[in-house]
Structure formats: C-alpha cells, structure tokens
Design a protein around this ligand. Structure first.
Ligand code: 3HC
Length: 694
C-alpha cells in the first residue's frame, strides 16, 4: 500500500496518509503528500482538500530516524508541502490520535483543524533538543498568542482536544471524524477560506514583554542547561515583532543551530533508548501479559502510600494492608492528603481523585484472595520480607505476581520464601512513587517471563518508564550512585567545599549535587547502609570517614537542619561546623589540600558512574547502555539533554573514563578499578556502546 493515497469525493480531494506506526513525515510521505496536493490543486472540480490519516494516529511529526540522516532536507521538504497547502485550495486537517511536531505544523498550514474528542495536539520538538522548525513557533503564536505558545512549545506537552479548542489551536471537536470532515470541507468549499494562520495578527497585538523574561527564568529553573527552551522563547518573542517571512527565517536559523547540537544528538539517543528499554530480549513474542485488575499493597509508609495511589489512578482496585492498625489509619489519611493536593493543584479533577481514592481500601491478608498482584513495601529487613512473602504465598491465588519494592535486598532470598519463585519480581519504585517516573524492575534468578511481561505492561499503564535490572546490591541505579556520592567525600577530603562540588554537579544539569543529596537522604541513613555494605567490601577498599564523623557530631542532614549545610527557612547555606569536621578528617588522614578545576571535579563525580555502568553490562545487570541512561534520567535527575551517564561517557571518551578509573583503583581500592569491558573497548578502539554489543 502506498504511504499516501488520494481520492476525489465530489468536490473534496481527500488525502490519506498511511505510514505505520505513527504516520511520521518520511520522505515517502512527503512525496505522496506533494503529488496528491498537486493533483488536487490542479483539478478544477476540486474545491477543498481534506488531510486525514489511517491507523492509530494523525501524523506524529518528522521521521526521527530520517532526521538523523538529514533526509528532512530532501525534496519535497515539509516547507514546500506547507507552501502548497497555504497558497492552494482551502484545506482541513482531520485529527485523531496525536498531531505532533511536523504533523501539527502541517495542520497549522491548513485553513482549519478539526479533531476527535480524545485527540491531542503538541509540538514536542523540545524533547529532542529541537524547536518546531516548520513554522510552528510562528504560526501557533499568531493563532493562540505567545502565552499559550510558550506553555505548549517549551513544555512539549500534549494538549488535549478540549483545551486545544479553548485556546483556538483547533477549530472544532467532532464525534464522527470522517463524516464531519467532509461536511466541514463542503462548507468550506462554498465560502471564502479564512486567512492562513501565518497572516493573522490579532493574537500578537499588545503583548506584555515581561512574559518572555518570566519564561526565560522558568526555563533556567526547570530545564537547567538545556538550549532548546531558550531558542523557542526567542522564536516566540520574534513572532510578535517580525513580519511572517522574517519570523520564519529567524526560526529556521535557530532550528539549524539546534539541529547540529550535541543536545539534539543526546536527546535523540534518549528517545530511542526509552523505547528500547521496554523490549526484553528472550521474552516469547506470543506471551500475552496478564492484566492486573486487583492488587494488594503491603505497608502504609511513604512508599506503600505512593504505590497504592499509582495503582488506583490506573483503575486498579487496591487492598492496602498493614498489620499495625494505627499506621494503616495514618497511611489512609496521608493518601487522602495526596489526592486533595493533586485535585487542588489541578493534576487530577476532583471527580477523578475521588474515584481513585474509592478504589483504595484498608484490609488484611485474608482480603487478598482475588488479587492479580501484590506489591510489598515493608521496611528493608530481609527476615521481615521473607515472612511477608511466605504469608502472601498462602493468602493469594497461585497465579498472582508477588513484587517487592526493595531498593537493595536480594530478590532470590525473598523468592525462596514462596512456592512460586517464578512469579516473584522486584518492583523498585522511586520516592515519591506517585510522581517519579522510573520503575526499576528486578529479575531474580528464578523470575519467569510471565511476571516480567506483566510488570512491563503494567508499568506502561501506570505511566511509568520501566527498566529491567538484574539482581545485585543496588540494582542498576543505586549500585552506581554510591560511586558518585563516595567521590564527593574524597573531593571534600582534598579541601573542596561542599558548595563548590554541588555547584559543579548542578551546572552539569543535576537537580541537586551529591552533597546536598546526602543531606536530603539523611547522613545517618547513609551511615547505616554503608555499615552493611562494608561487611562485604573487598580487602583494601577505602571509604571516607566524613559521614561517620558528621553523625557523631549530631549532623544528620536536612531532617535536623544540620548537615553539610545549614538549613534555615528552607534555604541551604554553608555550615562552618561541617567544614571543620571535614578539615579534621583530612588532617587526621594526612591528606593535603589540592586544587581541582571544575572540569576535574565533574569528571571525578561522573566518570565513575560510567565505569560502574560498564561493569553492570558485563555482569548482565543491565541489558543495554541505554537502559542505564533511562534509569538515571528518570530516577536520579541526570540531565536528559546529556543523554544519560553512559551516552555522556561515550561522548567524553572511554579512554578518559578508564584512565581515571585506573587512578581511583590504586587510590581507593579494587572496586574503583576500570571495568574489563572498558579496557577491552579502549584496546580495540571501540568508541560506542552499540559497537560493543550494548
Ligand atoms: N519518527 C520515527 N519513529 C517514530 C516517531 C517519529 N516521529 N514517533 C514514534 N516513532 C516510533 C517509535 O520509535 C516506536 O518504534 P518501535 O516500535 O520500533 O520502538 C513506534 O514509533 C511507536 O512509538 P511509541 O512506542 O512511542 O508509541 P506510543 O503509542 O507510546 O506513542 C507517540 C506514540 C505519542 C507518537 C510517540 O511515539 C511520540 O511522542 N513520538 C515522537 C513525536 C515527536 O517527537 N515528534 C516531533 C518530531 S521532530 C519534528 O517534527 C521536527 C519538525 O518540527 C520539523
């Protein structure tokens, strides 16, 4: 079947795009569109043109794979198609699914846009480090005004049809799209067409210039270091100042600048990595995932509450179990608070929040007789978890999947407490579970394909980004984290102030530096975790005693206002007492103060992540380097525009990463040594993870 077909229905030229999976604007689609438009424009019997799509969605944008090859520049370009539309016969876009990026930009050059009620529009180019380069910044601003354009294009969010209609981004919502589109087109054919969007001026008159300054401030806060948001704001500002032709030229120049950027490359890598992470090699293709309708959650602490909310939001009936009835009552009250908060902030409608809350009921193990899944979120004590799993094994149907939300314990030992180890899996949610996107699924030695498939499919339903990890201390994410935070302490021993270390990490794009992160997590908690870890450390492994000294001095972190920083009125400021403790450690250990450049600090913090990630690939803990990137972007706030730690490591060079690991191995112990995989890659001149098979 051709990717674009043309049919004359009476006076209407109907152009249908058929290019699965998402009708992206490939060269083939553009060629088909160009030919069809030429036919319609040349046919005197045709009075109006209708553009519609087959399949699950309207055009979802430029073809990202072809963009990587520069094929968007091949003729006919999208700009040429748009010119044919804008100067041709009256045209209508009939939108179902999502009209995104170049797809919505094409619709913006039509004379009208109609959509189904469950459709959405959006300009998500920012997520690829780009801006809408086919007039999107100019036309949307002229159609809906700069405030709406800033919101939609800088966020890249999908705008539901109802909101799009209110904003004027579409002209009508209809129930029978094909029928209504033809009626609309016939009506169009009978009267003068409205002015093209690019020629409209009403929405850009009398604009308060402060909105652009405010948008820049917000972008600096929300997407620190990202280039595309700032370029988008500049384009929208210019749309209010320049003529249409000048504005389009300005946008083109900005687009070209971003197109050549490292950020665009990194974000394109991330786009495909996120999709690939959902694909698990070795799972039988015919395996239909078990659908989860009823679930139990064990534990009503912070994690249990968040997990119950996530499940209920996806329409799942939840039994919340806590053997301590006071804790259960408090947990339920906190859940009500979460729903009140999300209704008040407009994240959910009050009705949706109330309906979800109704799905969560307190209960006991005896109420779990019908569940498809249980997520256990009890304290991190192995014996407690094993007791709970033995009890769950007895009180749930044998088909039910039993998941543990442990962030560190051995999945195999937990699975061994049941008679169904193939249905036991780790489901590591990140706190707060109802907000954080990452769901790190952990496969034990015995975890079966059905449990993995069911949890992968559930993750999509919950709106989470899943990554499958193997079973080891810390799984994918936390196993790496200890090197990042550990390195910050070694830097402090050399006299580098916490605020300088954090400033470097934050300028790199992290939401919070490693030292502030320690304060947030609680230094006392870190000390406890380390005590356990130290039991299994190899000979010659060094850990800085700074944390223990801090705890001895009563400095626990943010929770008591005294950590590496002082916290007063929610603000962090340098803490001279912490500086004295750090200096004391350095002097006791005889470590001289040293100067480090910002770049050295950056490398010392982030290169060990890459080294440990390589070890995870070798150990089979992570399937692909991209999976590690997805975990770090969604679970730890690693800047998406750097592609994730592994992509960043690849871009700085494996030789540098391995070189620093060699130095660290000698200085801090065997765990810091270079990953053998990295050494082999450097020796063989391999420069990408892909080339190495990861
Ligand atoms: N180009 C090429 N492939 C694409 C694509 C695109 N624009 N959008 C999606 N795909 C592919 C995915 O890689 C995936 O392939 P796979 O099955 O081999 O892994 C397949 O289509 C299905 O995608 P999803 O798994 O994401 O499907 P969903 O149903 O969950 O989501 C979607 C569909 C909302 C369309 C989502 O895919 C999406 O957001 N796509 C990206 C849209 C986008 O960024 N458009 C802008 C492109 S840049 C542009 O238009 C520049 C212009 O301004 C000049």
């Amino acid at each position: 079947m051709n990717s674009v077909s043309y049919q004359a229905i009476g006076e209407i030229g109907v152009i249908t795009v058929h290019y699965p999976p998402v009708n992206a604007l490939s060269l083939a689609v553009r060629t088909g569109l160009g030919e069809s438009l030429a036919r319609a424009n040349a046919d005197p019997d045709i009075k109006a043109i209708l553009i519609r799509c087959d399949g699950k969605t309207f055009i979802a944008g430029a073809d990202i794979k072809e963009l990587q090859k520069g094929w968007h520049l091949k003729n006919p370009t999208l700009g040429e198609i748009q010119a044919m539309l804008e100067t041709g016969k009256p045209s209508i876009a009939a939108i179902h699914g999502t009209a995104l990026g170049g797809g919505y930009e094409l619709a913006l050059t039509c004379h009208a846009r109609i959509a189904l009620n469950d459709a959405a529009i959006g300009l998500p180019e920012v997520k690829l480090g780009l801006l809408p380069g086919a007039g999107g910044t100019q036309r949307l601003t002229r159609l809906c005004g700069p405030a709406a354009a800033l919101d939609i294009i800088v966020s890249g969010r999908q705008v539901p049809a109802s909101e799009a209609l209110q904003l004027g981004a579409i002209d009508a919502i209809v129930t029978d799209l094909d029928e209504a589109a033809l009626t609309f087109a016939r009506d169009f054919a009978a009267r003068p067409a409205p002015a093209p969007v690019i020629a409209r001026n009403e929405a850009i008159a009398g604009i308060d210039p402060d909105i652009f300054a405010a948008a820049r401030k917000q972008a600096a806060r929300k997407s620190r270091g990202a280039e595309a948001p700032l370029a988008i704001i500049a384009c929208i500002e210019q749309a209010c100042e320049l003529t249409p032709a000048e504005g389009l030229r300005f946008e083109r120049a900005e687009f070209d600048g971003l197109f050549g950027s490292d950020q665009h490359k990194a974000l394109t890598h991330y786009f495909f990595a996120e999709r690939e992470a959902r694909k698990i090699p070795g799972l039988p293709g015919e395996l239909a995932a078990v659908r989860i309708e009823r679930a139990g959650v064990i534990g009503t602490g912070t994690m249990g509450r968040g997990i119950a909310v996530v499940l209920a939001n996806a329409g799942i009936e939840v039994r919340l179990v806590d053997t301590n009835s006071d804790a259960a009552r408090l947990g339920m009250e906190a859940i009500k608070g979460i729903y009140d908060g999300s209704a008040a902030r407009g994240i959910q409608t009050r009705d949706a929040a109330d309906a979800a809350l109704k799905r969560i009921k307190l209960g006991g193990y005896e109420d779990l007789g019908e569940v498809d899944l249980v997520v256990e979120a009890a304290p991190e004590i192995m014996e407690l978890k094993r007791t709970i799993f033995a009890r769950l094994d007895a009180s749930t149907p044998p088909r039910a999947i039993l998941a543990t939300n442990t962030s560190s314990l051995d999945i195999d030992s937990i699975a061994a407490a049941t008679a169904r180890p193939e249905r036991v899996i780790g489901a590591h949610f990140f706190s707060p579970a109802h907000i954080m996107k990452l769901l790190e699924l952990v496969r034990g030695t015995t975890t079966g394909p059905e449990a993995i498939a069911a949890m992968m499919s559930l993750a999509a339903r919950l709106g989470k980004t899943p990554v499958l990890a193997g079973n080891c201390d810390g799984f994918i994410g936390n196993r790496m984290l200890q090197y990042y935070t550990g390195q910050s302490e070694f830097l402090m021993e050399h006299g580098i102030a916490p605020e300088r270390i954090d400033a470097v990490a934050e300028r790199f794009g992290m939401p919070m530096g490693p030292v502030a992160l320690r304060d947030l997590a609680g230094i006392d908690v870190s000390v406890l975790v380390r005590k356990e870890r130290m039991k299994t450390l190899p000979e010659g492994e060094r850990m800085s005693p700074i944390l223990e000294r801090m705890v001895e001095a009563g400095r626990f972190g943010r929770k008591n206002g005294k950590g590496f920083y002082r916290y007063e009125g929610g603000e962090r400021s340098p803490a001279p007492q912490a500086a004295a403790i750090i200096a004391g450690v350095a002097s006791d250990l005889g470590i001289p103060a040293r100067e480090f450049s910002d770049e050295e600090i950056r490398d010392r913090l982030f290169m060990p992540l890459v080294n440990e990630g390589a070890k995870e690939l070798e150990d089979g803990i992570a399937i692909r380097a991209g999976d590690i990137d997805v975990a770090w972007v969604n679970g730890y706030g690693f800047p998406r525009w750097r592609g994730g730690p592994m992509f960043w490591g690849q871009s700085v060079g494996f030789d540098k990463v391995a070189g620093l690991a060699l130095e660290f191995g000698e200085r801090y112990g065997p765990r810091w040594r270079p990953a053998p995989l990295l050494e082999t890659m450097v020796r063989d001149g391999v420069t990408t993870w892909r080339e190495a098979g990861y």
